[in-house]
Design a protein around this ligand. Sequence first.
Ligand code: BGC
Length: 759
Amino acid sequence: MKTLKIALSIIIYTMTQGVYAQNAADKKMNLFIDNLMRRMTLEEKIGQLNLDAGFGIAIDAPGQDIVGRIKLGLVGATGAGGFTFIKQMQDAAMQSRLKIPLLFGRDVIHGYATTFPIPLALSCTWDMSLIEQSARIAATEATAEGVSWTYSPMVDIARDPRWGRIAEGAGEDPWLGAQVAKAMIKGYQGDDLSKPNTLLACVKHFALYGAVEGGRDYNTTDMSRVVMYNDYLPPYKAASEAGAGSFMSSFNLIDRIPATANKWLLTDLLRNEWGFKGFVVTDYNSITEIENHGLGDLKEASAMALKAGTDMDMGAGGFINTLKQSVSEGKVTQKEINLACRRVLETKYKIGLFNDPYLRLDEKRLKTDLLTKENLNAARDIARHSLVLLKNDKNVLPLKKTGTIAVIGPLANTKGDLLGTWTSTRETGNVVSVLQGIKNVAGSAATVEYAKGAYVTEDDSLKKYMDGPLAVNETETETRSPDALLEEALQTAGNANVIVAVLGEVAGMSGEAGSRSLIDIPDSQRNLLKALVKTGKPVVLVLINGRPLALSQENEIATAMLEAWAPGVEGGNAIADVLFGDYNPSAKLTTSFPRNVGQIPIYYNHLNTGRPYVEGKERFVTSYIDVPNCPLFPFGYGLSYTKFEYSAITLNKKELKGDDILSASVTVTNTGKVAGEEVVQLYLNDPVASISRPVKELKGYQKILLQPGESKVVQFNISTELLKFYNSKLEYDWEPGEFNFFIGTSSAEVKAARFTWNK
Ligand code: BGC
């Protein structure tokens, strides 16, 4: 008893000390900022709210030089345009009257110099430590070059693969999305944002951007609060709770009010309900766009945005050019400007800029910390974990490292396309193409031959957009006719024992402004695949793309399919590691793959209709009469080179009460011949509730490694916390009753159990 008392007093003492220390630090910061703000003019305060996102041209005041404007204190942050640029801008800030350092923001989305797989691919690893590691490396590299702020993570839930930006997020599931958001923030921000290798995160796009109608980019969203709270908001909320330093408002409308000017969103929800303490920046030029949404001109829009809770204007020049006048007209108050300015200054303080404005600009680190061997190894390893094996007939994979392998396709020998959307440095020099990777890993006993086989597309309307502004596509230098390309490919294939076809999308075909109304592989490539299959040789289809594609036709004819996404700088090596079995694939899809575009939106955690689908009784229960109800590949799906068998679920009890804990376990056995990792997934369903609840919702998972023949008991401990949801009054609680419970290898292949939980 005595020891317990002593232990308790120590814990309480340490906790109080922590709180005191925090209070003291806050007090010091507040004093510093009070003192600084007392000396600032209104113009200088508004200057802090101005993100001049151009790299050297003043976009807030066309024709004027940005350095001069920084010296006048009219700029609070700029785009991070490289070491020399950043140095020059910070030098200018140090010559301003109050010497307030600038923030330097950049889209460091999936790596900096070392490019990792696109975020959608990263989420397919279901490995939060790898995701965190990718963000940590990105932060270390970017900060060496002076970047202090990344416009990442993007945590928008996306259920529509037509939307090009599905590439930038973690897929369709709110629970998994929340885990990924937390991992990325931890990776970027570390434990102490004042350290030189930490990067301020910016959670985007707040909110609901992923739900744009029809997957059309920049489009409207419209949904009920119940759907928002349960299905779309959890990752943003988790990010706020994880201590994200900033949020970016989205382009879209919410309840017909642009997010950037939406007080309910930015103040009532984000700050008052969730307790977010950082600052909010707009998306690029959003304030100007409010005019197109029909809510007023730039001056009105700027006032509306500030009043709603926006603190910083990215690129519109709305705040810097109109707020002063709005103050004089009484349309906004000095108090509102002070509040926003304080939030920006607090952030600069917390990330150590007032101590050392050049903290994150380190010439020495720039030479030693980028693209290191360890970083490239990590990129290879993380990429291997993100490749999803979709099909493997006759166990054609893994390939043997002997014989002749024909590597064919317009994406087999390209580099920029493996980096995908948002490549920070746009450097392709280090990228390992699929062809090169196969050569590297195959060894000398195998012969590897290559032919391009087809153009990425022959469709002129698509060709126009292939050079995405945010991606590096290869410049097309090919001049031969499509027939000549095909002929060469067939000749190459003729000599081979196996064909690896590398097809899909170039980087510019997904990402921002990269939505597609059809999500098929372009015809030119599909025809190539058909011709290759006709040779009768096994065809392994390696897919490079930024979104789920409609692969029904390919699935019919290809012997094997590996979803490789845009796998990053080490992509070719990672793909080859999987193709040859040096790494046994373990990734699982985080978005459903529709059979065709007409099935969209299709997602696993849907509600039941009043006539749920029953096999064999199709007529009145089927969604469409021309395509099955289910997707081609469901959420959570992904094959391995081994097989895992699941036992039935064992529960510690079937009737629970209040604070009880339910322990549910399955035994998973590796019944194959090679070691493999399996993502054991846990889903719940609340069949009777006050509102209709999804047929299944992911609530946990465990990733395990099993040797051949090995079994492991996988146990999940469940409290009522996992049963909670937002009811129609938006209260977050659980409701007693019966629950269904599933554990399995994908959302569609599970073992089921049932239990009762009473209050
Ligand atoms: C995108 C954001 C990005 C910003 C800055 C916008 O067009 O929507 O995701 O962070 O540009 O580059």
